[in-house]
Write a protein that binds this ligand. Sequence first.
Ligand SMILES: [Mg+2]
Length: 191
Amino acid sequence: MLPLEQIAFDIDGVVADTMALFFKVAQKRFNINELSSDDITEYDLEKALQLSPDIVDAIVTEIVNLPTIMEMKPYKGAADILYEIGGKTMLHFITARSDDGPITLWLQNLLPDLSNEQINVCATGNYDGKLQYLNDLNIKYFVEDRLETCDLIIQSGIIPIVFEQPWNNRPHPYQSVTNWDELSLLIGLAP
Ligand SMILES: [Mg+2]
């Protein structure tokens, strides 16, 4: 089993299906239809979807804040596996979001049987800032969907586990998983 206290998780695109909420709000508020995750072959949403920066900003601002954030769905199996890990050790989430408030509420709502003290959320405000938090927390394994972040952290000896998404579908040297069942196996939790 991987040492559970040395594993940390990204949130968007790993625990949370943030993109589905993006599409939902794009359709509801801006009448933008026919977007699908498969269109997003790179991490830059404006480029991938050919939307104007203003529209992307407006949608992102809505989905990262209350109340809309509470409509965000977790990936299948995520809550059960996080609950299992969180029963044994503190859960660490490292996100590039700049505000930890709404996403912490979302996680507490996802994992109601864990005490709030078991859920540690670090909001770095930028992608590269994740490295410092990972080092400070003595994290050895980080589950992440953005390959550029994986490329950064491996230089410090932190082992990336890639959560596969259309936007990270290019060759890379890292271990990857397609869902939380596979992640659970890789971590070595009992099936
Ligand atoms: Mg992510």
